[in-house]
Design a protein around this ligand. Sequence first.
Ligand code: B16
Ligand code: MG
Length: 211
Amino acid sequence: MKYKGIIFDLDGVICSTDEYHYLAWKALADRLEIPFDRERNNLLRGVSRMASLDIILEKAEKTYTADEKAAFAEEKNDLYRQLLRRMTPDDLPDDVKTALDALRKAGLKLAIGSSSKNTPFILEQIGLGSFFDAVADGNCITHSKPHPEVFLKAAEMLGLAPKDCLVVEDAHAGVKAAVAGGFDCAAVGDARDDMRAAYHLDRLTQLIPVI
Ligand code: B16
Ligand code: MG
């Protein structure tokens, strides 16, 4: 086999929480009368909560204090978590489930590498709370993507070198992070055509012939 482990991004790769991020940021931006649409939302993929807020506030007409910004981030996260509460194992797409089961059966170690501090909650909601061999997330890093820290941490938790792991990402910031860390990357979704990725996939089951 070409790889010993696969590190999956969470939002936008394993499940569609990216839509919930959009709805929660959109509600905040509307309240503050700041222009925000799906195109700008794509800039937030893989980027930490506070860095995402800074990108949104670039379009604001006034500047905000650190305390105001902390309150905005909390307001967005509260709304986002209300939306996450609706998720169930039915929100795990069939194609993702089939791919995860086939890759595990093939003997690969499987990990999550996500910028999200809500990762443990999301994995519980979709029935994958104890599925992965390692989970590196926003709670255990100091630099968010495009810094490679989260993927390096996941590889270390798996006991594997970056060259033996494939990263699966939907964000340009995530593809950049993977390549910076010395990983091959399979790009899906919004980042599918990112030229820095080694593979460009429409569905996760397309990983099976790649490995
Ligand atoms: P939270 P990923 C990222 O997750 C999201 O893509 C990004 O939009 C979000 O701002 C970030 O997590 C932080 O999420 O507010 O839940 O800590 O794509 O790296 O799995
Ligand atoms: Mg993502």
